[in-house]
Design a protein around this ligand. Sequence first.
Ligand SMILES: [Zn+2]
Length: 568
Amino acid sequence: MTRSRVFAAAALVAAVLALAAAPRRTPRREPADLAFVRGAVYTVDGARSWAETVVVSKGRIVFVGTDAASKPWIGMRTRIVDLAGKMLLPGFHDSHAHPIDGGIDSLEVDLHGLATPEAVVARIRAYAAAHPEAAWVRGSGWELPTFPNANPTKELLDAAVPDRPAFLYAMDGHSAWANSKAFAIAGVTKDTPDPPHGRIERDPKTGDPSGALREDATGLVSRHLPKRTPRDYSNGLAAALKIANAFGLTSLQEANASEQDLTAYAAADARGTLTARIAASLHCDTDQGVAAVPGLVALRQRYRGGRRFHAGGVKIFADGVLETKTAAVLEPYLGTNGDRGKTNLEPAAFRELAKALDKEGFQIHVHAIGDRAIRDTLDALEAAREANGPRDARHHVAHLELIDPADIPRFRRLGVVANFQPFWAGGDLYLTELTEPELGPERSRWLYPIASVRDSGAVIAFGSDWDVSSLNPLDGIEVAVTHREPDKGDGPPWLPQERIALPDAIEAYTIRGAYLDFTEKETGSIEVGKAADLVVLDRNLFEIPASKIHEVKVLLTFLEGREVYAGK
Ligand SMILES: [Zn+2]
């Protein structure tokens, strides 16, 4: 639907409704600013009710019901959006994303989803040609399986960028790829030793760096990248907000905020350009343990009092990732000599840190992937609750890739929100080729147990981890329902017993996200009195096959009744 068609339809409907309204019988009201009529409105209220019409005045929802009953609200200056059966939902909430990183990356070379080395090189070459001013060609998103042994060569990158240094992170951020100019600037040669927590991939004959760097070895080159400026951060945020609004998102949890991020968010909020609500978790240096807490308290104090932005959380990284066996697991990875991965915090230190943060009133947000890291996390949150007494803390654990079944009931018991990234549960190559073989079938049964956690009565919320994965909530909703990769058509679902129903997936991307942000009285559902954070979809999600959900387009997005996105 084009904008002009929306307006043409709106004018027509306004005329019809004005004629139909009988002034004698209608109570006098100030006409509303905005009305959505003839829609499939899924309100996500407690009763999961449907409506036809939503009326908005001064940014708030003032009426939800039928077209006929809405007439007293409609006046000549009411903008009417004729939905003609299309779907209206509450604006989406992403409960774990990295908006500014993602926005900055979107302005650099983006290699996500490119399946051949030729396609990767072509994309890099095109970017370099279009950005002659860039001192470095930088970017991210190359997929590990695109290159033999996940090992792209510097010669390949030299061919694409011969004149300047180039440095590109892999899709998971744990590997990077540099060209000869970048290695020369960084002084990385065959004589450079591997750092303690990293590896320089090398030519087996000469020992020269061959192109790829793993984990901490990425820092040998990345520390020579030009420093990002405040302008880069604000440009990145502006780009991210545009992308988010185009996907119908009106709220995001910033999962790991640096002070530069906070400055950019606060400045945008003050300027009135924050077109989505942002709840930030402050980055915590876990090596410092409890010594980090006073600094975090001071930081929170400095960024308190925003209109659409608040920073009340703290992010703790408990472990690494399964694909590279850095996630902390209870039993050893198969085919290793007893390797159980690694936690970033000893359990006792984790408990002390959780107690101290909880005591200061922070909402604790933990990155935990392996079943051992998840158990340590629940132990730490339980210790905090015992030490400080229960409160409405809404601590949450993100990622949750492998949960020991014994720990599942603890989420509900401790009031801990399970913050899943459902897009990862589609049975892709990362799961079938890298993860399942290192766990074996019995433990793999407990990968992404979203349905089991929901059935236990815990609150589940969804996020994307953008730009690790697609920011589009409809991609995540589809995979939560199908357990298939979008675009792969129909076929057997991966781990079918952990799929969930569409209403539950929508809730996890709306009202449960609002709960996680402590804004459920303000947003997250379509109810009278709430802010008009709304998204119009071109199709009713309940009337199409689940495997088509990712094809649904966002037509319009509103934040507090103001249009922040209109599709073409
Ligand atoms: Zn993340």
